[in-house]
Design a protein around this ligand. Structure first.
Ligand SMILES: Cc1cc2nc3c(=O)[nH]c(=O)nc-3n(C[C@H](O)[C@H](O)[C@H](O)COP(=O)(O)OP(=O)(O)OC[C@H]3O[C@@H](n4cnc5c(N)ncnc54)[C@H](O)[C@@H]3O)c2cc1C
Length: 398
């Protein structure tokens, strides 16, 4: 048995696990099926405690430099502009980063990958290697792979971390069911250089909006805006993805002469799923492989990174001789947080923004405004939405 950890997947969660293990001198091999990093139009929001953790890897500062510091976020009625604005300054005593950071997950992965290749630690990243199955024995795991040239091989490891995302082969091979459901709506993410901030009064960098015909959100990044849109009632997703349909939806947000400069538009199915356990013998799951939630609130990747920090701290201790039962604590701490905080809040956020009844929307907005202007209530609310409550909940589980 080769004395190493195999991490499957070089997404944000797998790369973070690799960096944390290598830093502690644990030999690690990362297997990634894609030959090169793809432009990933997914996570853009970084929450305060994630940035606090990334300080440990020296990555918070370069990420903050590359991104957009966003002291506030808001829920907004469109086109009236009535809004509830949450100011993260109330968290100044709870975090070193009392703001959301807006930065593409790809930027983080690139920073981390560059860092990993420079690390003196024993870490190798192999791209173009697809994991196809696993076989566990009492002392290790045989990881079945298809190499870039089409040949098959089995690579040994003492432990395997499945950070291979929503369609995780590791999860399936470990026999862990992905319980939950898929939402009926598809989110369409479109990017544009149109300066919404010059046309809509008092925008934050993160804006969840109700409109007469549905909902959209406006997420600002250093060089563009990301707009999440939905198909109209009478439209299929394929129709909604057509350039003219995207254009019509953007024109409804801010009407303007000429066409919007749209860079790209992509559809995403949205799920709410979780595995019954995060460990099966010598196989551990983290990130999207273990749990999936609506992107509303920007918590999926952040939660996956919190998994990575929790898991790797324990795996390093086990590697150095502590009882492997410590790894069960990882799942006992992180799974309830995923279910009761991340999935639950993401569902609540998604349901709130999908509401069409004007009276209910108005009542929700009034309630959010009341919370936002009351420092004690705002702090409590933001501790939860910024994922600090969940981390404290996990820490309290022994
Ligand atoms: C529209 C949208 C917006 C989002 N916005 C946010 C946000 O603002 N904030 C937030 O926190 N989260 C957000 N998320 C969620 C976030 O993108 C994911 O939670 C995050 O990417 C999960 O990271 P991961 O490393 O677990 O998985 P992934 O990023 O999916 O990475 C998995 C990696 O494993 C590789 N892989 C898969 N199968 C194999 C195999 N068999 N062999 C080898 N390699 C394999 C894949 O190629 C991939 O590189 C959003 C999601 C969507 C859809």
């Amino acid at each position: 048995m080769v004395e190493r950890v195999i991490v499957v997947g070089a997404g944000p969660v797998g790369l973070t696990c690799a960096a944390l293990l290598a830093r502690a001198a644990v030999p690690v091999l990362v297997l990634e099926m894609t030959a090169a990093r793809e432009n990933d139009l997914r996570a853009s929001t970084w929450h305060p405690p994630t940035l606090d953790m990334l300080d440990e890897l020296g990555l918070a500062a370069p990420l903050v430099t590359a991104g957009l510091v966003s002291p506030t976020w808001q829920v907004r009625m469109h086109p009236s502009g009535e809004r509830a604005v949450f100011d993260l300054a109330v968290l100044a005593g709870d975090t070193r980063h009392p703001y959301r950071l807006q930065c593409e997950q790809q930027v983080y992965c690139e920073l981390l990958e560059a860092r990993l290749t420079r690390l003196d630690g024993p870490c190798t990243l192999r791209r173009g290697v697809q994991v196809t199955g696993l076989a566990q024995s009492g002392t290790g795991v045989g990881v079945q792979v298809r190499e870039a040239d089409g040949t098959s091989a089995v690579l040994d490891a003492a432990w395997v971390i499945g950070a291979d995302g929503a369609r995780s082969v590791v999860r399936q091979a470990a026999g862990l069911e992905f319980q939950g459901s898929t939402y009926p709506e598809t989110t369409i993410l479109a990017t544009t250089t149109f300066p919404f901030e010059q046309h809509l009064d008092g925008l934050s960098n993160v804006n969840y909006c109700w409109s007469a015909d549905g909902t959209f959100s406006l997420l600002r990044l250093p060089r563009l805006w990301r707009v999440s849109l939905y198909a109209d009632d009478a439209e299929t997703v394929e129709q909604a993805l057509q350039p003219n349909a995207i254009e019509a939806k953007l024109q409804r947000i801010v009407p303007m002469a000429g066409r919007y400069p749209v860079l790209e538009a992509r559809p995403y199915r949205i799920h709410q799923r979780i595995v019954p356990g995060y460990r099966r013998g010598r196989v551990l799951l983290a990130g999207d492989a273990a749990h999936l939630n609506s992107p509303s609130g920007g918590m999926g990747m952040n939660g996956g990174l919190h998994d990575a920090f929790n898991l790797c701290a324990k795996l390093v201790r086990v590697w150095r001789g502590e009882d492997a039962a410590l790894l069960d604590l990882y799942g006992r701490q992180r799974r309830p947080v995923a279910e009761e905080q991340i999935l639950a809040q993401a569902h609540q956020n998604r349901t709130r923004m999908q509401e069409r009844d004007p009276e209910k929307r108005r009542a929700t907005l009034r309630e959010l405004q009341a919370v936002a202007v009351d420092p004690a209530r705002a702090r409590e609310y933001l501790l939860r939405s910024s994922m600090i409550t969940g981390l404290r909940q996990a820490e309290a589980i022994t």
